[in-house]
Design a protein around this ligand. Structure first.
Ligand code: FAD
Length: 384
């Protein structure tokens, strides 16, 4: 089958690999002009780790993982009051855990298909028409082509979803937070750590990337405002939101240069009544974004893509495959989305008392004796 995949992110590339393995002909389009480096880091374990293992990627990823020693929660004085060392984290995840830059995983996935699958950069869809026989698409250069299937793997703000289903506002479920992330040189002695500082309704953190001497700043705050903030206004906005915040927060903002790209987005889940329509199906954040708070988005994207390709391989027609894929993956996605909504409420300790209770809990929980509880908390079980 000729399958067009919109989006060369984690879900799109994983799907392209498995479809090719099963003898199909995928073609990937990506709106970015080239494969991107930079961005943010994430925890990689559970389902994502399992799929990467089946793709033979573990040793490549291990070589490029971030050498993180510890995740600490800092007091206003600058001293940590709770620390989770990554040795404990590895124990929690049965030694199947890595801290990766998003681009490291994307690049490793890309390298698995580079010789076998065409990837067209700078391309997106402007129109889609699905009939019982084929799906006809128009690209942003005005050309039109027909495929057997179209898969929307174009992330939380999916264009495919917008063109084939409905506008984003019909499916978005805002969790009440906005976040920002950007790189800086490590002038703060972060070293191989991930340091977090929390005040009611806002969190500032900094962690090492896999480039020597570079850190990634991550800021998240509670706000009712979901409006898109243009790039040129982002720094001023952050200064406003984080004014008076303790720890090294003001330095993390003062040191941003004009050329620093600040990534900013809302923490928004996607809830849809169905993930497929005719010959079009969605995968990853496009249909079930659990958000960054879940720590499971990449895993769900890879697991979903793997199970979609498998369903297409094992069933007689695409309708049965889409149904099977959705039946297998949706319950896991919904479970994580629900858990994430609860976590988002817990983080919402707008009072100092709530914050103190949270700090106390962390001091108690981040120890060897609570490994089982931690395992449940991180939801590291695989869906495969
Ligand atoms: C700060 C942060 C921290 C995170 N931490 C974790 C974590 O610890 N663990 C975890 O598992 N997950 C984490 N996540 C979530 C994880 O990154 C996502 O869930 C995952 O990347 C989803 O994969 P995807 O392929 O569905 O979407 P994406 O990775 O977003 O890929 C979508 C692709 O589609 C492309 N695209 C968009 N629009 C178009 C268009 N119109 N035409 C063509 N292409 C298009 C995009 O450029 C992109 O390449 C985090 C996310 C963020 C932002």
């Amino acid at each position: 089958m000729r399958v067009l995949i919109s989006g060369s992110g984690i879900a799109g590339l994983t799907l392209a690999y498995w479809l090719h393995q099963y003898g199909h002909t995928p073609l990937v389009i990506e709106q970015a002009e080239a494969i991107r480096r930079g961005g943010y880091a994430f925890d990689f374990y559970g389902t994502g780790y399992d799929v990467a293992e089946r793709m033979g990627l573990i040793s490549t990823l291990q070589q490029q993982q971030i050498r993180l020693d510890a995740i600490s929660y800092m007091g206003a004085s600058g001293k940590p009051y709770a620390t989770l060392n990554t040795t404990l984290m590895r124990k929690v995840m049965h030694d199947r855990y890595m801290s990766l830059m998003h681009w490291t995983l994307e690049e490793a996935l890309y390298n698995t298909i580079v010789n076998d699958v065409e990837v067209r950069y700078g391309r997106s869809l402007t129109a889609v028409k699905s009939s019982p026989e084929e799906v006809s698409v128009t690209f942003n250069d005005g050309t039109t082509e027909a495929y057997d299937l179209l898969v929307g793997a174009d992330g939380v703000h999916s264009n495919t979803r917008h063109l084939v289903f409905r506008a984003e506002k019909h499916f978005q479920h805002y969790l009440g937070y906005t976040f920002a992330s950007y790189p800086l040189p490590d002038h703060y002695g972060i070293g191989r750590n991930w340091n977090n500082y929390i005040e009611p309704g806002r969190l500032a953190s900094a962690y090492c990337s896999n480039n020597d001497g570079e850190i990634i700043t991550f800021l998240i705050w509670k706000t009712a405002n979901q409006d898109y903030i243009p790039r040129e206004q982002r720094l001023a906005h952050l200064h406003q939101v984080f004014a008076g915040m303790g720890w090294i927060t003001s330095r993390l903002l003062d040191d941003v240069s004009d050329s620093t790209a600040i990534f900013m987005d809302t923490v928004t889940q996607i809830h849809m009544p169905t993930w497929h329509s005719g010959r079009v199906v969605l995968v990853g954040d496009a249909c079930g974004c659990p958000t960054l708070i879940s720590g499971q988005g990449a895993s769900m994207a890879m697991g979903g893509a793997y199970l979609l390709a498998k369903a297409l391989h094992e069933t007689f027609n695409y309708e049965d495959a889409f149904l099977r894929y959705e039946q297998q993956v949706r319950p896991h996605v919904e479970k994580r989305q629900k858990k994430t909504q609860d976590s988002a409420k817990r983080f919402d300790s707008n009072s100092l008392l709530g914050l103190c209770i949270q700090q106390l809990m962390m001091r108690i929980l981040l120890r060897d004796s609570f490994i089982r509880l931690l395992r449940q908390h991180f939801g590291g079980e695989s869906i495969l």
